[in-house]
Structures are given as C-alpha cells and as structure tokens.
Design a protein around this ligand. Sequence first.
Ligand code: ADP
Length: 448
Amino acid sequence: MFTKILIANRGEIALRIIRACREMGIQTAVVYSTADRDAAYLTFADQAICIGEASPAESYLNIPRIISAAEVADVQAIHPGYGFLAENAHFAEVCRSCKIEFIGPPASAMAAVGDKVECKRLAKRAKVPTVPGSEGAIDDEKMALKLAEQIGYPIIIKAAAGGGGRGMRVAHNDVSLRAGLKSAQLEAENAFKNSTVYIEKYVEQGRHVEVQIIADSHGNAVHLWERDCSLQRRHQKLVEESPSPALSPQVREELCTAAVRLIKAAGYQNAGTVEFLVDQNQKYYLLEVNARIQVEHPVTETVTGIDLIKEQIRIAAGLPLSFKQKDIKQIGHAIECRINAEDPARNFAPQPGTIQELRVPGGPGVRLDSHVYAGYRIPPNYDSMIGKLIVHGATRTEAIARMKRALSEFHISPIRTTIPLHLQIMDNQNFLAGKVDTGFIERVLLAK
Ligand code: ADP
C-alpha cells in the first residue's frame, strides 16, 4: 500500500480524500493556490504545498507544478479528485511516466471513453443503446440539417469535448438548428479549445440515471447500482438520489449490467460513472462515461456502505476489489443536495465573500461533506459549490423528511445559497411522487 499520496485538488473533495487517507494510515500532501492559502482543511493534511496563483492555469491545472510538488513531497500516488485534471489522459500518462501512480483509469481507457463521439462507437460494439444521432462529428450545416430530418426534431447539439452542461443547444426546427450549431461551436471552442460538435435526438422529459462502476487491475468489474440525477438547472445537477424512484427492478438490473459491459469493453479500471438518459417508457440511452470519482459519490456510499475513495486507492495500489457483485446491496434511500454559494432569487448569481455565521445540520442519518466554516472566505475563482448535504433514510419518504429537517437546521449568513430552492424541491408534489425530469426545475420551479 502507498504510504503517502498527493491530492491535486481543492475544497470539499480535497478534504474528503484527506479523510479517507487518514483512516487508512496514509500520509497526505495537498496542493493549494494562493486563493486557498487560509483554508482550514489544509491543516488536516500532513503537508500543504503552494503551487501558484488563483487562476487554475497557474495552479490546479498546471501539470509541471503538480508533478514538482509530488516529487518534493515524495509521494507514490496522486489523487486528482473531480474537475481540473481528473479526466486529463495526458496528466495520467505524465504521472505514471514519473513513476507516480495516478489514482484513476489507465490513460488509454480514459481517452477511449473521454471523447463522447468515440464513446458512442464503443457503446455500439458493447451493445449498449445510445441516443440516435450522428455517428461522428458534424462538419457543416448541410450535414446537420440532413441528419435532423432523419432523426426528427427536437434535437440537441453537443460538444464532443463537453462537460458541465456547456456547449449544448436544443433545436426545434431548421432555423434554431442553424443558429444553435454556430453558438454551440463557439461555446465549445471557448470552453474546451475544441469546436467539434455532434447532434443527437433530444429525449424529451427524460430522466438522468447514472451507474456507479468500479473495476480493478485483476479483471473484476462491478456496479454499485444507480443514482437518479434528474433535478438539474442548465444541465447541471442539483439533487441526486439512490435508488431511482423511476426504474422497475428489471430495467434497473439491465441498466446496471449494460454499464458493466461498456466499461469492460473499454478496458476500464478504478471508479467511474456510466450516465444514461431514461425516457418516459423506461427506454435507456447512453449519455457519456465520467472517468473519475463524481461529486455525488456519497449517495452511493450511503446506500451501499462502501467507501469509494478508499476503494479507488486500493485499486491504484494493485489490490483486487474487496467485494463481489452479489455483496453490493442498496440499503434504504439516500438523497444529496448540492449547496452552492449562488442566489436563487437573483438568477443564481455567484456569492463570493466571507461566511460570517454557520450552523450545520447533524443528527441521525445526516452527512455533510464541506470544507467551509464561519470566517471562511469563498474565493471568486472556482466553482460555487461549498458543500454537499447527504441524508439516509429507511425509505424515500423518511429520507425526504430527514432532508427537510436537515436543510432547515442549516444556517449560513450573509452568503446566499441554494438551500431555499432545495426546501422548495423537498415540498414539491411532483418530486414527492418521484415524477421529475431533467427540465423540471427550470420549467416548473423557476418559471416565472
Ligand atoms: P456534460 O458532460 O456537459 O455534463 P452530458 O452529456 O452528461 O453533458 O449531459 C448533461 C445533461 O444534458 C443531461 O443530464 C441531460 O439533462 C442533458 N442532455 C444531454 N443529452 C441529451 C439528450 N440527447 N436529450 C435530452 N437531454 C440531454
């Protein structure tokens, strides 16, 4: 087993990894930018190394500086967390060529699933259903119009290198397709330095259901059941739960086995997520594979009792999975609410600044993954998520009641957060009935 690991990330996920390492008796070194220099979680690590200025290019995305930090700290492995360099195949390769293990999949598997167009090809071979659409990149308007005619509107234009819901446009007719194509390409170029787009059928009122998978270097691959992440704003998840209230036991089983088939075909190792869209008839289509640990992983940890970060570390150290498929059960119901420093009353404007007052929820079945505290200054440079509130209940009804109770105990001031929106969701009749889709929040809750 490793004796020391470098954490190449920040905020709540850096803290989450430090916690797992401390329980495993592994020393940690954490990198930080000047914007994070006062963050208290740095003191929980055995070593903290400043790698540069606030701008991600100068710090959390800077490969040479992170590798230097790993060498100075004399670690055997790097955990990339999520975001930043987590899905950068080049970074994974650089780590390993410097004889530092990258806690994640092999670079080849990451590249195979990372490009959405390539991934769809892989899915076809593994007999995993994909959304009808272009076989590859869309080169020009004529090609797009012809395909749209074949598939039928509405369609969605997506960036091949996409992430975080960016570079996506829904088109309902030829006119909006023409306009959407141009703006999606531009957005993709700006966000990912890659203007390649593709189109697929837009699944109306679909649900986002994803499968947590994990595979070791000994040929074992299993799934840890699904998470339903249909509650989104601008294609970004806000609430996640497991099990999904919308799947029949048969579809759940099929979906989860399809996910395992796909990652086996990709030669995948370590933790990953296979994302699907499920339509109103419970037909499912592959969306993409996320080759990393995800924000919402605690939902799965809560229902299965498996610590995914510890398992990631064991796998990277060459150990076989510590459980078999038949041992993994979904027990009770878990829900996660993302607490973002954004003002729902002002179109989700980011709320950087200092948290003056903070009272956090607790009690039975409540988990809070967060790095913030009273006196913490939220830097303006990074993602606005400041924590994740996760609850566990024996049933979905109990989990919802518990989430309402926990949200109402949660007090943050003067920073505004998504807590009021979450309270509204927990009271919504459609949500209570398990009847929501990916457009629900915008169509119903935020429509004025
Ligand atoms: P990203 O990598 O940017 O997160 P995804 O491919 O995972 O992009 O899609 C994010 C969200 O966008 C989905 O959860 C869903 O809400 C929406 N979406 C993507 N593709 C489709 C589609 N074909 N039909 C309907 N909604 C879609």
